[in-house]
Design a protein around this ligand. Sequence first.
Ligand code: FEO
Length: 396
Amino acid sequence: MAFKIKENIVWVGKVDWELRKFHGEEYSTHRGSSYNSYLVKDEKVVLIDTVWGKFSSEFVVNLKKEIPLEKIDFVIANHAESDHSGALPELMRHIPDVPIYCTSNGVNSLKGHYHQDWNFQVVKTGDKLSLGSKELIFVEAQMLHWPDSMMCYLTNDNILFSNDAFGQHIASELMYNDLVDQAELFQEAIKYYANILTPFSALVDRKIKEVVALNVPVNMICPSHGVIWRKDPLQIVNQYLQWANAYAENQITVAYDSMWDGTRQMAEAIAKGIMEADQTVAVKLFNIARSDKNDVITEIFKSKAILIGSPTVNKGVLSAVAAILEEIKGLRFQNKKAAAFGCYGWSGEAVKVISDKLKEGGFQLLNDGIREKWNPNIESVDNCIRFGRDVALNLK
Ligand code: FEO
């Protein structure tokens, strides 16, 4: 499939309807994804990014239907991760001398991936490549989200090819932001930001401000995943600025695992207390072991505070809780508060283990947490309700 975006600009990527896990098994993609590759035909012809390696053959076959491969003058590798560079080996077998424009880190990554000595041309921010009547201007985007990441801007058409930034894991034959379901679009965009870009928020903020300061018109943003932003394209840029600056909605997420329902009962009692004290706050409960990890991370990203619960097992926490604590520590959320809870039978270390890990992850602890011995009784349920109420009042 190919799709004309404008006269002489064709989308030649791959819509992956089947994809349900990305980055190995790390990232859930309930709505599939796409790997967007763009062919720009001016006096010179340039191909911007390719697709995941498993689709190399069909990518090259389809590309040949759009243009004889020997007519491609330049290849741009905005990012070396396999979902965008994977078809390069197959493509470059046909056009081995065509220059590949990328950052210096891009050369390292591409060589590291494919062990080929292609005709690399290193570019940095502000470098230009003339296509004839138009130019491509390169903008390095180091650590957004890899050291090699970059974007490029096409003059005259005023299109920003942003690679992963502003992308969403959505498979759709409706190629534009204004054609798809808006709730789904923003759900996938925030999930992408929360799970991939959160640790780099300071860089996101700085890079966006740097690009905005260039004061160039942007008619369209073409990311490397999901739909193209053509209607009010700067809406996603402004949204990123909000997400990059200690984002929080009026939400508290209660996430736990439970062995025999004691910690679950605590979670529900705490939630009851929160709702009694503040009827405006959205309280969401997740059994981590039974929920999609990336969806829970997204809800944590949206929260002003999180409460994490686990019973004590082997002087520690249940494995699903340990896994999410490790994940949220790495994501380095900003300006979020937290507390721990859990029931126990004899030693009862879980609450301290959780609190320590939350603190290590940059969360501001609201208190020392709450633990209840054995299964909750009326008194301990009341304790949890009171605990929830105090948390809510503290956050008001
Ligand atoms: Fe879509 Fe960083 O690759």
